[in-house]
Design a protein around this ligand. Structure first.
Ligand code: BTN
Length: 230
């Protein structure tokens, strides 16, 4: 990853720049990195605040992937993020949180499909690096020591190459080991409403299985997890 590399000062979103490159035939592993984004995107339609001093980049995946493999990709990216940053733990599906629960980094996967065929996927990663200038719910990696952004990017690209194509059972095991979510009481806001209970385990496709007060396991495919009780 990163053999083809585009470095930008300010852009709208590295996802948009990379999509254009993808449509023009850029190879898998192409990376677009920006110092600042004016319309950085997060998961579930949210904005991603892209303050100066962070690491904001997108990687082009032209898989070797079947559509079915897509589901685990965000979890694999979370594992890579955790391995490269070396602090905190993962909140389902792929936020990297500091030990106090503030957000260090996030992953956005946007797949371009044509019918049932996967054309390419755009994996966007945002890491808060500088400790200053962030919302209260966020935290910069520099809180835990000096960060060399070039070295961090290089390590992230190495870890992504390692994890994105690992077998599903290894991804699930590594994700579970790095998880801050499993075993905790959670409240999840999903498109179908709120689910509360104990985060039990990952389903084979990476969905979160939650033990609800009735004792049954409920499958959550998408949603925002809040950990209950600090
Ligand atoms: C999230 O936690 O909701 C995902 C945040 C992803 C942010 C990154 S920054 C680089 C790339 N470009 C974007 O517009 N978003 C992703």
């Amino acid at each position: 990853f990163g053999a083809a590399y585009r470095y930008l000062g300010t852009t709208s979103s590295t996802q948009d720049v990379l999509r254009q490159l993808a449509e023009a035939g850029a190879p898998e592993g192409t990376v677009v990195l920006a110092e600042r984004q004016t319309s950085g995107r997060g998961r579930r339609g949210r904005a991603w605040v892209s303050a100066a001093g962070g690491l904001y980049f997108s990687v082009l995946l032209r898989p070797r992937l079947a559509l079915a493999d897509l589901a685990l990709l965000p979890l694999a990216a979370g594992v890579a993020l955790h391995a490269a940053c070396g602090v905190g733990g993962l909140k389902w599906p792929n936020d990297l949180l500091a030990p106090d629960g503030r957000k260090l980094a996030g992953v956005l996967l946007e797949a371009d499909l044509r019918g049932e065929e996967l054309r390419h996927a755009l994996l966007g990663i945002g890491v808060n690096v500088a400790a200053e200038g962030l919302p209260d719910t966020a935290c910069g990696l520099e809180t835990f020591g000096a960060v060399n952004r070039a070295a961090l990017l290089a390590e992230l690209l190495v870890q992504l190459e390692v994890w994105l194509y690992r077998p599903a059972d290894e991804v699930r095991a590594a994700w579970s080991a790095a998880s801050l979510t499993l075993g905790r009481q959670v409240s999840i806001s999903t498109p179908q409403g709120e689910v509360r209970g104990m985060a039990h385990s990952l389903a084979p496709d990476g969905a979160l299985l939650v033990r609800t007060p009735s004792g049954s396991l409920t499958r959550v495919g998408a949603g925002d997890v809040s950990l209950i009780g600090g």
